[in-house]
Design a protein around this ligand. Structure first.
Ligand code: HEM
Length: 126
């Protein structure tokens, strides 16, 4: 079976998605609340999400090799994440997937999987 990592075009395809995601976050007023949670420069965030998604999509485990177990929920605890932040993250990622031309059936499957992770990342009411 072909893993999503390959269907996405390997590292180049995933890097393009992550770059579009953070470019949109930086540029679009609709994601300003999400952007405000992030550091002034997004270079480190780009690398981390890229490394993480490579492994999560069935490719090389770049993130785990560098940082160990992702413990994603714990790593997000310093940031106040409620429904609004989750919805901005999902909207930004959904748009980035669309703009990167990810095949609709794969984009839909990824959207469902991201939604589960994003829901789980919430750490405050509202
Ligand atoms: C639900 C809304 C979310 C918000 C508001 C959010 C916000 C953030 C922020 C502010 C950071 C710190 C950036 C940095 O250290 O440069 C971060 C890190 C990270 N996020 Fe999220 N995130 C969300 C959902 C997700 C999801 C769904 C994933 C994975 C699919 C994800 C993966 C990561 C990874 C891998 C890191 C780096 C963790 C580390 O090594 O410190 N995030 N996120």
């Amino acid at each position: 079976m072909t893993v999503p990592f390959e269907v996405m075009g390997g590292e180049d395809g995933i890097r393009a998605l992550v770059d579009r995601f953070y470019d949109l976050m930086d540029l679009e007023a609709a994601y300003a609340g999400l952007r405000a949670l992030h550091p002034a420069t997004l270079e480190g965030s780009r690398d981390k999400l890229f490394w993480y998604l490579c492994g999560w999509l069935g490719g090389p485990n770049h993130y785990i090799e560098r940082f160990g177990h992702p413990r994603l929920r714990a790593r997000h605890l310093p940031y106040a994440i409620g429904n609004a932040e989750r919805d901005q993250w999902m909207a930004c990622m959904t748009r980035a997937m669309h703009e990167c031309g990810i095949e609709p059936a794969l984009a839909q499957a990824l959207q469902r999987a991201f939604q589960g992770t994003a829901d789980w990342m919430r750490n405050r009411e509202g």
